[in-house]
Design a binder for this molecule. Structure first.
Ligand code: F6R
Length: 365
């Protein structure tokens, strides 16, 4: 039932505060701890020599974000692989490696093949992050965390993606707890940030009309670049994927530091650049990347947390988010990008919920 929404995708974007709160329900009771992943998790988390993440599409982007959290909080080596590539590579896995298989549907053929292939490469354990309780992935995994996004009908992943991010954040914190790599105070701070998330997400959703106005402009272009650094680099990839798949606008996501290594050659007045910025130690690097764009007449559409005023000057449009989200910034900044793509697609009149050529669950290779 669509209620007052025009599309399932729109409805699912607006369901994110609830989807996130539901995913966090047991975390609120227990904190970020290994028991959330299964009774065996604590011993496996404590002993793991490495983490390998496999997934496809948006789920892969969630894995790319998680790498920053896991590395920073545990010091463990983390690799993130596209499932369709990993399955045909020949490497071995160290015994005890945690394989994190991320999938909304739990039925993606390449993902299942990658998981099975990992088991042949070493004595590994598979942790599934999945939104469908009785799926092939959940049946074949050793450890499980179910996202509580509810049924997602729109082909483009929205609430499934942000709840995957939340699950991975909880996993990274639980891993750090089992391995004793963080001080108690740091763990408390990381966990407390989660409690504010549903409200923050709600406040970002209230900015919908501003993104709708941006979309009126964006719909006129044939190309777009999305830029971010650190945890916002994968969010740039995700923003570009959303625009491609539902608005049929060619878009590329880049780590902002890569601009000079090639894509800057594309920038002119016809190349809008959607940039994400937070007030961290990399802000001034992002600002100088944006100057490079502006010097070539590129129009910058800036999504920024408070405290990024140095990035405002020269930007074509600026949207300031209600509050800083610390390590959860990638979750919060995903929402305006979803809304931007959604409204751009509506403006172009595409079939938002069922984009051409795509299926919700890719059960064939
Ligand atoms: C993009 C999208 C796809 C899926 C991908 C993986 O919006 O929805 O890229 O993320 O097909 O699907 P799951 O997560 O079901 O394995």
């Amino acid at each position: 039932d669509l209620g007052h929404y025009r599309h399932y995708m729109q409805k699912e974007i607006f369901e994110q505060p609830t989807a996130i709160a539901n995913t966090l329900q047991r975390v609120v009771e227990l904190g970020c701890q290994s028991a959330l992943f299964g009774p065996e998790a604590d011993a496996l988390f404590a002993a793991a020599p490495a983490v390998r993440i496999v997934a496809c599409g948006s789920s892969y982007h969630a894995g790319l974000v998680a790498r920053y959290w896991i590395e920073e909080w545990t010091g463990l080596p983390v690799s993130v692989d596209i499932a369709s590539e990993y399955r045909y590579r020949k490497g071995r896995e160290q015994d005890g490696t945690l394989i994190i298989a991320i999938s909304q549907s739990g039925e993606t053929a390449d993902l299942l093949a990658a998981m099975r292939s990992a088991r042949e490469r070493g004595d590994v354990k598979v942790l599934a992050i999945c939104n469908v309780p009785h799926s092939t992935l959940t049946r074949e995994s050793d450890l499980l965390f179910l996202t509580q996004a509810g049924l997602e009908i729109g082909v483009a992943s929205t609430k499934a993606f942000t709840t995957q991010l939340v699950a991975l954040y909880v996993f990274a914190a639980a891993l750090a707890r089992s391995r004793k790599t963080l001080e108690a105070a740091q763990l408390t701070e990381i966990t407390d940030a989660l409690h504010r998330l549903p409200v923050l997400v709600e406040e970002v959703l209230a900015m919908d009309s501003k993104l709708e106005a941006w979309a009126q402009e964006l719909a006129h272009y044939h190309n777009a670049l999305f830029l971010g650094r650190h945890t916002l680099f994968p969010i740039a990839l995700e923003g570009a994927l959303k625009l491609k798949e539902i608005a049929y606008i060619h878009a590329e996501g880049y780590a902002a530091g890569e601009l000079k290594h090639g894509p800057l050659a594309l920038v002119d007045e016809d190349m809008p650049v959607i940039a994400c910025a937070v007030n961290d130690e990399l802000l001034e690097k992002v600002v100088s990347n944006l100057r490079e764009v502006q010097a070539r007449s590129g129009k910058v559409f800036l999504l920024a947390e408070p405290g990024c005023e140095s990035a405002h000057e020269g930007s074509h449009r600026v949207l300031t988010l209600p509050a800083a989200a610390g390590p959860l910034a990638p979750v919060v900044l995903t929402l305006p990008l979803q809304m931007l793509s959604y409204h751009t697609a509506c403006r172009k009149g595409t079939d938002v919920d069922k984009p051409r050529n795509l299926a919700k669950s890719v059960t064939v290779e």
